[in-house]
Design a protein around this ligand. Structure first.
Ligand SMILES: *[C@@H]1O[C@H](CO)[C@@H](O)[C@H](O)[C@H]1NC(C)=O
Ligand SMILES: *[C@@H]1O[C@H](CO)[C@@H](O)[C@H](O)[C@H]1NC(C)=O
Length: 197
């Protein structure tokens, strides 16, 4: 009786160890698969390195879904545009030349449009399904493309040779980052649309 209890105890212990090892292995495999998926999907974007660094942290959420990958890219772009817009609002209350004040005001407005376009895209990304897929996908592609245009318009506003070097460089540097994020998101959306057919 005692012997069989001990046997059972040993058996259970080794069974537990086996289960734990198997689970850890499959978690490890899933993590590697998810990370590989992000890397291979980023090959379709213009800014591959930025794509991998910004999206790798989301790989467990994305898993191997092209849709979630595009959705995550839009989320990251939205967060970055929000932060840039807040920075520009702060900058506009600093000492600027009238020309810069006016460019900054236009820019904040254009980034506001960008935010609205990204929010609408993210909203419809969550609604994409069988019957409405084509209409929503077309909306999303249009809005993301408009968001990129608005970002470029903002950057162009600071293009004049008469603009202060520091403010101009700061703004254009930040806009370049969000334009790259938007471009990547757009590529991932198009890739998802292509895969979906
Ligand atoms: C887009 O590409 C750039 C440049 O490689 C990269 O730094 C950035 O993280 C990427 N962003 C997204 C959202 O994929
Ligand atoms: C995108 O952001 C929303 C809202 O914060 C969140 O609920 C969702 O899980 C995110 N999706 C992805 C794929 O990152």
């Amino acid at each position: 009786m005692a012997g069989s209890l001990r046997f059972n105890h040993h058996f259970l212990t080794s069974l537990l160890i086996t289960i734990t090892i198997t689970t850890l292995k499959s978690v490890h495999t899933a993590t590697t698969t998810n990370t590989e998926f992000v890397k291979s999907s980023c090959k379709f974007t213009t800014y591959q390195k930025l794509c991998v660094t910004s999206l790798s942290t989301q790989s467990s959420l994305i898993q191997t879904s092209h849709k979630l990958m595009a959705h995550a890219a839009l989320n990251i772009t939205l967060a970055s545009v929000k932060a840039t817009s807040a920075m520009m609002v702060r900058l506009s209350s600093s000492q600027l030349k009238p020309r810069e004040v006016s460019a900054m005001r236009d820019c904040v407005e254009e980034l506001g449009d960008t935010l609205a376009e990204l929010r609408k895209s993210i909203g419809e990304m969550g609604l994409l399904s069988g019957s409405n897929y084509e209409i929503y996908m077309s909306d999303i592609q249009t809005w993301v493309s408009a968001a990129l245009t608005d970002e470029n318009t903002c950057s162009d506003g600071f293009g004049g040779a008469d603009m202060n070097g520091k403010v101009k460089d700061l703004v254009r540097g930040r806009i370049l980052v969000i334009a790259h994020l938007t471009s990547n998101a757009s590529a991932l959306i198009n890739h998802f649309a292509y895969i979906h057919g």
